[in-house]
Design a protein around this ligand. Structure first.
Ligand code: M6R
Length: 616
């Protein structure tokens, strides 16, 4: 994780770096720092806490922070607790090199021992301080330029990194390199920006280079970018892409938190996901990545979905949809488990990787493993140009727009939307789904945004329930069938932003153990639309009620029976069973938001978490 930023050009670097770091805080926010260099040397400030703590610290020294070249970092701690000393940038023993790093150097301990033997000392507990000193050691021992020393050093290390280095004696240069962690270069007129994602510099330039693994670049004032391969120093031709991001998408506007904005955006983001793909008048679904690989999907032996967190929950919903409409066996795996268990997959299997950020380290590794084993890998990503998007055999973007709140919301509903389209498309190819159901589902899918809008607009019961329950310490979420993953997702949302313990279960599993938890104090959120296993759910609710559990039920307007049993109800519009998760998840997102809000939490930046998990 961690966010890195850098600037080299003709503008004062300070505001670019600080404002950029604020936009990167979703990647980590336990400490931050910046360094700005000019011909008189460099200044460096770092501190525990968020970027506004850094700003406060710098405030009285601001005049000293002049210069048009600099780097900055916001941290999510891996090696060493979050404190001032472990914050980046880190400086080499001679004070000549200053470095920021996102990633993990796995063999840092062995390198540290060698450096200690050679008289090096260390202030922090970080792997980054080891790397910057390794570069210095190799530079001086072999009388190399910084550029050469960086290359030699990086060929010695094992791990993942995106780094940026300044050299005191060479104040008009930044050297950067990437392996495993994202790094993007923004190309302006006589200026370069670097960052972990393009959002920090989007209002200066939309021309970007997505660095690839194993590349380094030398950025010099008034010079062309020099891009090289780390392994052999071969010069590379940079490929410049033009970004299409609307600035409004990355601002909070009238909302207090990005999470609320992103929840409320869902009627629009689902339409964006459907745009050009669900051609309702022609009753056609178009997904290029599926169409151009039609035979592979039709003849697949199995589909394995790999993902983490909320994307994994979307995968579980995908399993129901794909098995129902395509009759291809589907398994859903956590990326972190899949990658370490030597899975049995081959040429006739399809691995679908789902990732909002497209940078999740475990999912990226799972993808690489699946490819190595010969499977066809299909990606479902939100962030355009992300590492996962670039590494898959084929894929589709969900087009949900930038998701900034750490708790994923709009990406989830767009992922489900895409999975529905994929399942329908393959089902149609295989003639498993009838024309009638196909048309009916397509029609209903086009109505979903309006139904979500209704839930968002008329949510007064959610506010009322939140007011009654926000002090509670444990919650249970129950669903059945396609709404079981929604129960998991509802519990995850509550946990991550309000720090309340919550668990999701398939409702029928309660009597196999969890029922022991039920008493009059524990709220049980039941997802109980009239379709599907409604009757079974009704019995499960009665079982809980008999043990004095407090029932909060998501129900349709015409439901009389659950309404009578429940302590509180949240009304949801009716839809067909297969599409119901798109609706049932919305009140659960709002409930988590309201409760976290009442508990006074920093909703967009929950403790200990980061938006993009680029470490294992
Ligand atoms: O970017 P990804 O979809 O790969 O991220 C996966 C998880 O880290 C992510 O969904 C996480 O669980 C969210 N914080 C959940 O809200």
């Amino acid at each position: 994780m961690c966010g890195i930023i850098g600037y080299l050009g003709y503008r004062e670097a300070y505001h670019i770096l600080i404002n950029g770091l604020k936009k990167l805080e979703y990647r980590g926010y336990d400490s931050s720092g910046i360094s700005i260099i000019n011909k008189n040397g460099y200044s460096l400030f770092k501190t525990k806490g968020k970027v506004n703590e850094l700003e406060k610290k710098i405030y009285s020294f601001k005049n000293k922070l002049t210069g048009t070249v600099g780097i900055g970092h916001t941290r999510w701690a891996t090696h060493g607790e979050p404190n001032d000393i472990n914050a980046h940038p880190h400086v080499s023993n001679s004070n000549n090199l200053v470095m920021i790093h996102n990633g993990i150097i796995e063999n840092y301990h062995a390198i540290k021992i060698i450096l200690l033997k050679n008289g090096y000392t260390f202030n922090s507990k970080t792997d980054t301080e080891v790397l910057v000193n390794l570069i210095e050691y190799i530079k001086y021992e072999n009388n190399l330029s910084l550029e050469e020393a960086v290359r030699v050093s990086l060929n010695e290390i094992i791990g993942a990194y995106s780094i940026a280095i300044l050299e005191k004696s060479n104040p008009e240069t930044i050297i950067i390199a990437k392996l495993g962690s994202p790094l993007i270069i923004g190309i302006g007129k006589k200026e370069f920006f670097i960052a972990s994602d393009p959002i920090p510099f989007i209002n200066y330039t939309k021309n970007v280079i997505y660095m690839k693994d194993g590349e380094m670049a030398i950025l010099k004032k008034n010079k062309e970018l020099d891009l090289r391969k780390i392994i052999n120093n071969h010069k590379l031709n940079p490929i410049i892409k033009r970004l299409k991001i609307n600035l409004k998408e990355i601002e909070k506007g009238e909302y207090k938190y990005f999470m609320l904005k992103e929840i409320c955006e869902q009627p629009k983001t689902i339409l964006d996901t459907l745009r050009g793909r669900l051609l309702i008048s022609k009753k056609i679904i178009c997904i290029n990545g599926i169409e151009s690989n039609k035979e592979k999907f039709i003849n697949a032996n199995s589909i394995i979905i790999v993902a983490c967190g909320t994307s994994w929950h979307a995968g579980l919903i995908g399993e129901y949809l794909l098995e129902k409409y395509t009759r291809i066996p589907v398994e859903v795996e956590y990326s972190s488990e899949f990658r370490y268990r030597n899975p049995i997959i081959g040429k006739k299997d399809i691995v679908i990787v789902i990732s909002q950020s497209g940078e999740t380290a475990d999912t990226l590794s799972a993808l690489k493993l699946a490819k190595k084993k010969g499977a066809f890998v299909f990606g479902i990503c939100n962030v355009v140009g992300s590492s996962i998007a670039r590494n898959v055999n084929a894929g589709v973007y969900i087009h949900a727009g930038p998701e900034i709140g750490v708790a994923s919301t709009k990406a989830f509903t767009s992922q489900i939307t895409i999975l529905t389209l994929i399942a329908l498309k393959i089902g149609k190819y295989k003639s498993i789904i009838s024309d009638l159901s196909y048309k009916e589902i397509c029609k209903e899918l086009s109505l979903i945004p309006e139904k979500i809008n209704y839930v968002i607009k008329y949510n007064s019961s959610i506010k009322k329930i939140s007011n009654l329950l926000y002090y509670t310490n444990n919650f249970i979420y129950l669903g059945r069938g396609i709404n079981f993953p929604v129960a998991l997702e509802g519990a995850l949302k509550l946990k991550e932003i309000s720090y309340i313990h919550a668990e999701g279960f398939p409702a029928a599993e309660m009597k196999h153990g969890p029922m022991a938890l039920i008493d009059k104090n524990i709220p049980v959120i039941v997802i109980s639309p009239l379709k599907g296993s409604y009757k079974k759910m009704l019995s499960n609710i009665q079982e809980i009620k008999a043990r004095r559990g407090k029932i909060i039920a998501l129900i349709n307007k015409d439901d009389v029976q659950v309404r009578m049993l429940a302590d509180h109800v949240i009304n949801i519009p009716d839809t067909i069973e297969e599409l119901s998760p798109l609706i049932t998840v919305i009140p659960l997102q709002l409930l988590a938001y309201q409760i976290a809000f009442l508990r006074g939490k920093n909703i967009d930046q929950p403790r200990n978490l980061a938006k993009s998990v680029t470490v294992e």
